[in-house]
Design a protein around this ligand. Structure first.
Ligand SMILES: Nc1nc2c(ncn2[C@@H]2O[C@H](COP(=O)(O)OP(=O)(O)OP(=O)(O)O)[C@@H](O)[C@H]2O)c(=O)[nH]1
Ligand SMILES: [Mg+2]
Length: 408
């Protein structure tokens, strides 16, 4: 069956706070609409000096919008900000019962569409129900106006219309189930700590190329696409640099003004990434990287995450002058495989206190003795000579003393 794409018209408020970046917010709204699989139908900008408690923007402006949209019955209105339940319903009523959604609802809808793992789906459902639950109070039939964002994904109208007790029960179930999964993950990460594999997390703004970089570094079959929130479920894959094994974790992207409870919803899956040993903060060298970096650092701070990081400027194949990029950042192109050796060198450098890279000489008479130590190091290359073998080795520093007799 050929599906008809939903058309969405944007109301972009201009406030004192977003005065400098409302255009970027509007462009992002368009990208969000496209990422949700809907069609962008236009924008109405509105200066707001004082927020109207009932309708957010002034009623006069809503009348203007209503006239502008007359004859376009099937167009949904996206308010590019967060609306209270009553504001949503009032705006909808003033627009002849048109469907009105806010930015959070749209993002939740994209999340619902993109979650692949069972845990990701549970998290999205929990976030959707938590967002919708307070909006259910005594709204009766009007509920359907709040439901499910674009299309029919997520909890959807039928579920919303079922009784609130059921939703409360479902919330409890989801919370418990996620707690169990979190416990399991905690055990896995504890085991990893025991195995002592260092973890590297790819963190950053959405659509900057994190998944593309994961693919390049680890050969993983990660999904990368030119749309927002392509990745929701973290994916972890191993790679090795000069004999040092690393676990690389891809994560959900951040977005400016991403409501806090949405990030909170992903806290359990982000957890493993946030406990990493090193973060690669990925920005788009061709985009608004100052804002991307600021948003990322702010989000990490909000999540109380203070980890060492390297700043990676991706998509440098699209930039003519890389010398203008932030000082100390590492320019790469994950798509064109540019700058990756330097990135790997800097990753290893970040762990320089943890490993010794050296050449060993093992005489034949010591082979048995050496063999007992072998699981403590990584042999990068071996070359047999007359009286023994030469080994290029990577040794975790705490084991280095066992190898002192062999170090050349
Ligand atoms: N020109 C260019 N495009 C790139 C590069 N790296 C990634 N891209 C493109 O950027 C888009 C987004 O890439 P992803 O790897 O999905 O980005 P992401 O950061 O994982 O995005 P989310 O998961 O949505 O947060 C895709 O269309 C990629 O092909 C690069 O180095 N150069
Ligand atoms: Mg991704």
């Amino acid at each position: 069956m050929k599906s008809i794409k939903e058309k969405i018209y944007v109301i972009q408020p201009i406030t004192r706070e977003n005065n400098a970046h409302y255009r970027v917010l509007q462009e992002e709204a368009v990208a969000l609409i496209e990422s949700a699989g809907a069609v962008y139908a236009g924008t109405l900008y509105q200066n707001i000096r004082e927020i109207n408690a009932a309708t957010f923007i002034g009623e006069g402006k809503l009348v203007e919008l209503s006239e502008r949209l007359s004859g376009l019955d099937d167009v949904t209105v996206l308010f590019n900000g967060e609306l209270s339940p009553s504001q949503t319903l009032n705006i909808s009523a003033m627009l002849q019962d048109r469907k009105v959604i806010d930015r959070t609802t749209l993002i939740l809808d994209i999340f619902a569409k993109n979650a692949k793992s069972s845990e990701g789906k549970l998290q999205v459902e929990l976030a959707q129900l938590r967002y919708l639950y307070p909006r259910l109070k005594g709204k009766g039939v009007a509920l359907s106006r709040l439901g499910g964002g674009v299309g029919t994904r997520g909890p959807g109208e039928t579920q919303l219309e079922t009784d609130r007790r059921y939703i409360r029960g479902r919330l409890k179930y989801l919370e418990n189930r996620l707690k169990e999964l979190e416990k399991r993950r905690f055990l896995q990460s504890a085991r990893r700590k025991k195995d002592e594999i260092k973890t590297i997390a790819l963190i950053g703004y959405t659509n900057t190329g994190k998944s593309t970089l994961l693919r390049l570094l680890t050969g993983a079959d990660a999904y990368a696409e030119n749309r927002l929130f392509a990745t929701l479920d973290p994916m972890a894959r191993q790679m090795e640099i000069d004999g040092v094994p690393f676990l690389v974790i891809d994560t959900v992207g951040f977005l400016q003004d991403l409501p806090h409870h949405l990030i909170e919803a992903f806290h359990s899956t982000l957890e493993s990434a946030l406990q990493c040993d090193l973060a690669l903060i990925v920005c788009d060298a061709h985009g608004e990287y100052d804002m991307q970096l600021k948003t990322t650092l702010q989000t990490l701070a909000d999540l109380k995450c203070d980890i060492p990081h390297l700043l990676v400027m991706n998509k440098c194949d699209t930039v003519s002058d890389i010398s203008a990029l932030p000082f100390g950042s590492i320019p790469i192109s994950a798509k064109e495989n540019i700058g990756i050796q330097e990135l790997k060198r800097q990753i290893l450098h970040a762990f320089r206190d943890e490993y010794v890279f050296c050449e060993l000489f093992v005489p034949y008479v010591k082979f048995t003795e050496y063999a007992k130590l072998c699981n403590m190091l990584k042999e990068r290359s071996v070359c047999f000579v007359d009286d023994g073998k030469l080994v290029q080795a990577t040794i975790p520093k705490r084991y280095a003393e066992f190898f002192t007799p062999y170090i050349k």
